[in-house]
Design a protein around this ligand. Sequence first.
Ligand SMILES: [Zn+2]
Length: 454
Amino acid sequence: MKNKKKIKTTINIITTIILIIGLYFAYQFYQKNNFNEFIRTEANLYTSKFSRDKEEKYSNKRSYKITSPDYNDAMFFKTIQVEKNKPYKVTCMVKTNNVESKGQISGAGAQISIRDSTERSVAISGTQDWQKIELIFNSKDRETVDIGFRLGGYLGQAKGEVWFSDFTIEQGVAEQSKQWNFACFILKQTDVVINEQNIKLEVSSTDISDIKNTMERFKNSAQELSKGKMTVKYDMYEIDTPLTTLSYEKEYGYYASPEDVESQIKEYIKNSNYDHIFIVLRLGNEEYKDEIEINDWIGLGSMDYYGIGFSNIRLPNDSRSYIYKYNTRINTFPEEVFLHEFLHSLERTSEEYGYEVPDLHDYEKYGYVNQRLDGQKLWYTDYMNKNINTETGKIGLPDEVYNLKPAKESNFETSYKLEEFKEPENIIEEIRQIFKQIYTNIQLVFNNKEIQLQ
Ligand SMILES: [Zn+2]
């Protein structure tokens, strides 16, 4: 009897030990693989590894690690509820090891970004120690956004190792002002290799003075044509660092994307609260007429630099051109290209906020003509004041658009923190988190079933 009891006790002890060891490994496994409420996703499935790392961490919690041995676009994201037309700031700490983007695209790398959109933070590449990065965006017409921590990007894929930690999100206050702050950059040197040919171009002092006059005219015209719905403030920058890369799209040919000029302009943009950026550049002259393929554009817009409106203004190849020169007999509206490109940004913003607006290029459709001296000035005036006549009433830009500014640093002077990225602080919160995840997964399965049944 006594012996039997002893054996039973021993078995009990062994079982308990095995159970504890089992639980310990299960917990270790959980800790290594638990991504809390984040959903993991990748462009090339089963290429990247997602794990929680206790060796390389920024704070006391395990960091979130993505390892991509091959080029991929991998991220973990969370769907966040947002209020419409509110600025948000997401931050995190990031560390990289041998991060390399495919084709050396500067917009791909370790970053914070909104899934299925171009909105992103800076993209970190190479091997860099822990640093803070941030994504500032405006929710516009959206009620939810998927915030992703990513190795890769909307623009391209990347490989290497990245660690993320300490996620925060805060909501700021949208600026209510009709004053628009513009930055106009003149890139004085173009030094690019196109089809194995090195092309060096320069902006002349005449070009610079023409652009300065034109910017001043733009300032007055934007205010005048909008009938005071907006005012303009601007800064001019002459940049000596050459433009060495260009982007290419079949429809337009070569142009300067935000990524091509980031290194030249970022210091001036940082903390300056600009709403729109003009990049003035030369892509040809009398000597190099067709070497840099341009499909007939003089201005290119509708782009954004971290959410800020971004346009190209191309200097004409012909030095005798009057496109940016005021002359009573030749051109009395030389600021037209600047206004046109800026209006593309307002057109895009209106659409992103859910307004229906006519296409900026459709002046002929509504009975407007291109005047010899004044270009499409009448069209822009009616476009900016919602004064285009149609059978169903007046159309054009909504008045509200003049107050819909890109989100920027100054929106966060009084902000409040959201708890969206709060991680479990202790074992009880962790257990609660596990049950929450199980519940979410059951719901996912259940919802899928519902979809299948329809
Ligand atoms: Zn256009």
